[in-house]
Design a protein around this ligand. Structure first.
Ligand SMILES: C[S@@+](CC[C@H](N)C(=O)[O-])C[C@H]1O[C@@H](n2cnc3c(N)ncnc32)[C@H](O)[C@@H]1O
Length: 236
C-alpha cells in the first residue's frame, strides 16, 4: 500500500480543490519566484500534480516526473499535458522509486534541476525507523550539493482549534537561520495556524541550508487538521 499517495490521495485532492485553493495559489506564487537556471526539471513525487502550477512547469523545455503510483502518470498528463504541449515542453512521466534510484537519476541528467514535490515530508511514512528516516533525508540533501534543487514539504502537521477553511490562511517568508529568533517565529506561526494538541514532526526542518529563502504555507488538509508546508529553492 502507498502510504503517501495512490487512490486515497487522488480522491482527497479531487474533493478538496476548493478548500486547498488558497494553498495552491501560495505554492504557485512561491514557485513563480524560484528562478531556475536549468531548462530541464526532474519532478519527484509528482502524483497528478494536484497542487502543482502548470505556469511554472511551462518555464522548462523538458520535464520528467517520477512517482511510484501507477495512476500518477496518466493523471499528471491529464492535468498538465495540454499546457505543457502548448508551450513546447517535452513531458515524460516515469513510474519508479526516485529515492532508491536518485544516484542514477542525477548522473543521467547532470544539467537538470530537481524539485521534490511534497514528498520529503512523507518519507517518514515509508521508513519504519524515524532516526533512519532523518539520516536518509540528510544524506539525500548532502547528495544534492552542487545541484540546483527545490522542495515543497511538510515540516509539522496536527490538529487546529477551529476550521480554517473559511478563513484567510497565514503565509510568510523568511530565511533559514539557527537562532532563538527562529524558535519565536515558529511559535508565532503555530499560533497563527490555530495549532492545538500534539503535532507530528515530518523530520524536514533541516532540509534547507542556512540563508535559503523559505516560504511557509498553511495547508488545511482536513477541516480540523493543518499541515505546515515549506517551499524553498537552492542555487549553487
Ligand atoms: C503528497 S503526494 C504528492 C502530491 C503531488 N506533488 C501533487 O501535487 O499532487 C506524495 C507522492 O509521493 C509519491 N512517492 C512517495 N515515495 C516516492 C518515491 N520513493 N519515489 C517516487 N515517488 C514517491 C507518492 O506516490 C505520492 O504520489
Amino acid at each position: 500500500m502507498n502510504l503517501s499517495g495512490g487512490i486515497f490521495w487522488h480522491g482527497r485532492a479531487w474533493r478538496s480543490q476548493a478548500a486547498w485553493h488558497q494553498t495552491c495559489t501560495e505554492i504557485a506564487t512561491a514557485l513563480a519566484g524560484c528562478e531556475h537556471a536549468s531548462s530541464e526539471l526532474l519532478l519527484i513525487g509528482a502524483s497528478a500534480g494536484w497542487m502543482m502550477s502548470s505556469n511554472w512547469l511551462q518555464g522548462f523545455a523538458k520535464v520528467d516526473t517520477w512517482d511510484i503510483d501507477p495512476l500518477a502518470a496518466p493523471l499528471f498528463r491529464w492535468r498538465h499535458g495540454a499546457a505543457l504541449k502548448a508551450s513546447d515542453c517535452a513531458l515524460t512521466c516515469h513510474r519508479s522509486d526516485a529515492f532508491a534510484n536518485l544516484e542514477q537519476l542525477l548522473q543521467d541528467r547532470p544539467n537538470a534541476c530537481i524539485f521534490f514535490d511534497n514528498v520529503l515530508g512523507q518519507y517518514r511514512f515509508h521508513c519504519a525507523d524515524p532516526d533512519q528516516a532523518s539520516e536518509n533525508i540528510a544524506h539525500l540533501v548532502r547528495r544534492l550539493r552542487g545541484r540546483e534543487w527545490g522542495s515543497l514539504h511538510e515540516v509539522y502537521s496536527g490538529p487546529v482549534e477551529r476550521p480554517r477553511g473559511q478563513h484567510r490562511l497565514p503565509a510568510m517568508q523568511r530565511r533559514v537561520q539557527g537562532t532563538s529568533d527562529s524558535a519565536a517565529l515558529d511559535q508565532h506561526w503555530f499560533e497563527e495556524l490555530g495549532a492545538t494538541g500534539e503535532w507530528l514532526d515530518h523530520l524536514t526542518s533541516s532540509v534547507f541550508p542556512e540563508a535559503t529563502l523559505v516560504h511557509h504555507i498553511a495547508w488545511p488538509f482536513k477541516p480540523d487538521t493543518c499541515h505546515w508546508l515549506q517551499l524553498g529553492w537552492v542555487r549553487h
